[in-house]
Design a protein around this ligand. Structure first.
Ligand code: DOR
Ligand code: ZN
Length: 401
């Protein structure tokens, strides 16, 4: 099967060029000025074409909480948002902390229409399973409060987990970021640590002002970039997540981190909960995000807050590099044909009714954004086209050794 995507505008060394992309058997066969013959032709209409986004932090809730989301609904929402690969988090029911739970999740994820990978959960007792777990992106370690019951506070246990896994994603808030860095330094651990959803100036400083910053990466979320604690007044529980929204000054520090390279990735931390659940007195923490992440970033581009190369680096290239995902994150010949066509001029409001996530709400509802994905192609297949989803199953990602 071959497809030609013609009239693309894509970034080459930071500049936009008009090119055509030939896809053969799910891979990028050629990026060219010519118009090679193909069985199918898609006209990108001179829109911006970027590699499909790799969202390294989603909670698709399966198994155990499929009333909130599942791999099909979550992946449909992701595809609509221009995300072509997700890495799922382990705080499901049961948690992904055993080899059996990982295999079960692998079986369930086969219904996903975006490519997928798994983060394995850590406990104080599962080091041997961490070492045996096959084809995982990273090990997730919770040092701070979260949905589920996976907190580890014991420094020795944390050190053992860092030692056992090539990459650990840490949910650490405030001083716990410093503690995690100190554990690495003190025990001379050389493995990689990725700090999830860094939300404050202080956390960013702890993560990046140290002598081992090369083995540390920092992720920020769209909600911390585009909302701050003042939004709690109007949104209440619908703007409550862990870590919580911070001050304008903290938000500014995250944007500075993007500008100076201290922030490595942006991930949605898509954490859907139903409206009814959010309306309860003891509401759960988390907000959905896969459908709004790219539009928010493209809108920020239109507002001159960041450039297209930065979006591509933070959402495609760097996640592929950090998690060593094979053949993804770049528009390159031989790479997987995962790509997004984005209309940078399209202006549209975020509307709850349009959302494909099962929770059907967004903290950004009503916000008019300029810049939207209009087509998403995954493994060479058209999966999202202007409001329409095509249920073509995707694949589990592979990692370089
Ligand atoms: O807000 C959050 N929601 N933070 C977390 O750490 C977990 C997530 C969830 O699973 O709902
Ligand atoms: Zn999360």
């Amino acid at each position: 099967m071959s497809t030609l995507i013609k009239n693309c505008r894509l970034l080459i060394k930071g500049k936009l060029f008009a090119k055509n992309i030939l896809i053969k058997n799910g891979k990028i066969a050629k990026i060219t000025n010519k118009e090679p013959k193909a069985e199918k032709v898609i006209d990108a209409k001179s829109n911006f074409v970027l590699p499909g986004l790799i969202d390294a932090h989603v909670h698709f809730r399966e198994p155990g909480m499929t009333h909130k989301e599942d791999f099909l609904s979550g992946s449909m929402a992701a595809a609509k948002g221009g995300i072509t690969t997700i890495l799922d988090m382990p705080n499901t029911i049961p948690p992904t902390t055993t080899l059996d739970a990982l295999e079960e999740k692998r079986r369930l994820a086969a219904k996903s229409i975006v490519n997928y990978g798994f983060n394995f959960g850590s406990t104080t007792e599962n080091i041997s399973d961490i070492k045996k777990a096959k084809n995982i992106a990273a090990v997730k370690l919770y040092m701070s409060y979260t949905t589920g019951d996976l907190i580890i506070r014991d420094f020795e246990a944390i050190s053992d987990i860092f030692k056992a896994s090539r990459t650990t994603i840490v949910h650490a808030e405030d001083d716990f970021v410093r503690d995690a860095v100190e554990i690495l330094i003190k025990n001379k651990i050389r493995n990689h640590v990725h700090f999830a959803h860094v939300s404050s100036e202080k956390e960013l400083q702890y993560a990046k002002s140290n002598k081992i910053k090369k083995q540390i990466s920092v992720e920020v979320t769209p909600h911390h970039l585009f909302m701050d604690s003042k939004d709690l007044q109007s949104l209440g529980a619908f703007a409550e997540m862990k870590p919580g929204l911070k001050t304008e000054r903290d938000q500014k520090a995250l944007w500075e981190g993007i500008a100076n390279g201290n922030v490595d990735t942006i991930a949605s931390d898509h954490a859907p909960h139903l409206k009814e659940e959010k309306e309860k007195a003891n509401y759960p923490f988390g907000v959905p995000g896969v459908e709004t992440m790219l539009p928010l970033l493209l809108d920020a581009f239109n507002n001159k807050k960041l450039d297209l190369s930065a979006i591509q680096k933070l959402c495609c290239e760097n996640p592929a590099k950090i998690f060593r995902i094979k053949n993804k994150g770049f528009l390159k010949e031989g790479y997987d044909a995962d790509l997004v066509i984005a209309d940078l001029e399209k202006r549209q409001a975020v509307r709850n009714d349009d959302l494909l996530t099962k929770c059907k709400w967004s903290p950004f509802e009503g916000k008019i954004l300029k810049g939207w994905p209009v087509m998403t192609i995954i493994n060479g297949n058209l999966v999202y086209d202007d409001g329409e989803i095509f249920d073509v199953k995707a694949k589990e990602v592979q990692y370089a050794r």
